[in-house]
Design a protein around this ligand. Structure first.
Ligand SMILES: *Cc1c(COP(=O)(O)O)cnc(C)c1O
Ligand SMILES: [Zn+2]
Length: 381
């Protein structure tokens, strides 16, 4: 096992505290001399032979093993429901590996910048691993369910003015000396997230398209790495096209893609109802663009209106409740014809952000009104 630089190609011995290339500052990837496909047990650690640690060293809450549900509306489409993880998002797959690595590295405290889900997840896993969770979040811009979870799991909550991107800069520049950082520039954490590809493979083989909402771009890169490793082992013949979804108001990568330019077009004031992907300067952009380009994929943008419509349709047609960022994947299914088998990765649970929709109710104060109401709901009664 080694760490490889995605920019200059330098290789280094595995180091749990190395987060960027000492030579050029590029992002790092975990590279294996030997991968072993021998699934056993449940969840993320079912793929122990493809991961950097052993199952017995893991801080785990039995994350992963999420439902893959066939769509009732779109033919040949499946929903991978990551909201079914222990804290309600795919971040748990990353944290079981990342927090285990932090513990091995001797950390006493763990730190993340977050739009919410990274914080919820890290707080749960760090607490279980008996390390102090410290979270840095943009004040007033994070969903209530996520803030509540972090607090419940014992996080030290630090709020800042500005956007997620400022919070991340603070952590990268001043936080990593004091505490172990678990944002998605940490290559060890992303190893856990690639298991989404392994689970999809075990159920439907290698699909033609995998649709993933993109914020910092770590998850889509991790899933692509998973499929490439399957291909390397001769398990997947064709690899899927990776389709990245961004919200119109926070689309630094999708805009660059449309214009055919090599680098993202930073967004200084990202805005969308999908707060989990409200990111203007995606830290993983070189890995993200590489994943989409290498896989023959594409980027798609969706508006807030389309996201909220998709959220309602998925809840009411499929029975799956997602937070807006998760619904963005379903919005892309509605918007573009991809052809072949498609898996939409629905990244987070509806309960994360209950304030995003107005709840409409009926009120009755007599049996009479109750019966009249029923007859309008169910005509002919
Ligand atoms: C973190 C998150 C994303 C974005 O993932 P990236 O790896 O930052 O691209 C999307 N949806 C939800 C629900 C998330 O929590
Ligand atoms: Zn380098």
């Amino acid at each position: 096992m080694r760490l490889g630089c995605v920019r200059c190609g330098s290789a280094y011995p595995p180091d749990f505290k190395m987060f960027k290339c000492p030579r050029c500052g590029g992002l790092l990837d975990v590279v294996y001399d030997e991968l072993e496909w021998s699934p056993r047990g449940r969840g993320v650690w079912r793929y122990e032979g493809m991961l950097p640690l052993k199952r017995r060293e893991a801080v785990t809450i039995m994350e992963g093993g999420t439902p893959l549900v066939e769509s009732t509306k779109y033919p040949n489409a499946y929903i991978k429901f990551e909201g079914a993880n222990p804290t309600g998002s795919f971040k748990d797959r990353g944290m079981t590996v990342g927090v285990s690595v932090a513990l091995k590295a001797g950390a006493r405290a763990v730190i993340v910048a977050s739009t919410g889900n990274t914080a919820s997840s890290m707080s749960a896993y760090a607490s279980r691993g008996r390390m102090a969770p410290i979270i840095v979040v943009p004040k007033g811009k994070i969903a209530r369910g996520k803030l509540f979870q972090s607090f419940l799991h014992g996080a030290h909550v630090i709020e800042i003015d500005g956007y997620f991107d400022e919070a991340l800069r603070l952590v990268m520049e001043h936080g990593v000396e004091a505490a172990y950082p678990l944002n998605s520039f940490n290559p060890w954490r992303l190893e856990g997230q690639k298991t989404i590809a392994f689970e999809i493979y075990e159920e439907v083989g290698c699909p033609d398209n995998v649709v993933v909402p993109v914020g910092n771009g770590g998850n889509i890169a991790a899933i692509w790495k998973g499929f490439k490793e399957l291909a390397q082992l001769g398990l997947c013949r064709g690899t899927p096209r990776m389709i990245g979804v961004q919200a119109e108001g926070a689309a630094p990568l999708a805009r660059a893609w449309e214009l055919g330019v090599e680098e993202p077009l930073w967004v200084d004031d990202p805005n969308t109802v999908a707060t989990a992907i409200r990111i203007g300067r995606p830290v993983n952009w070189p890995k993200t663009l590489r994943a989409v380009r290498e896989s023959g994929g594409a980027f798609v943008t969706v508006s807030d209106g389309e996201i909220l419509k998709a959220q309602a349709e998925m809840a009411q047609r499929e029975g799956i409740g997602a937070e807006p960022a998760g619904a963005a994947a379903y919005a892309a299914l509605r918007k573009v014809r991809l052809g072949g088998t498609t898996v939409a990765v629905v990244t987070g649970h509806a309960l994360k952000d209950p304030d995003i929709v107005d709840i409409r109710t009926h009120y009755v104060d007599s049996a009479d009104k109750f019966l009249r109401l029923l007859s309008t709901i169910i005509p002919g009664t």
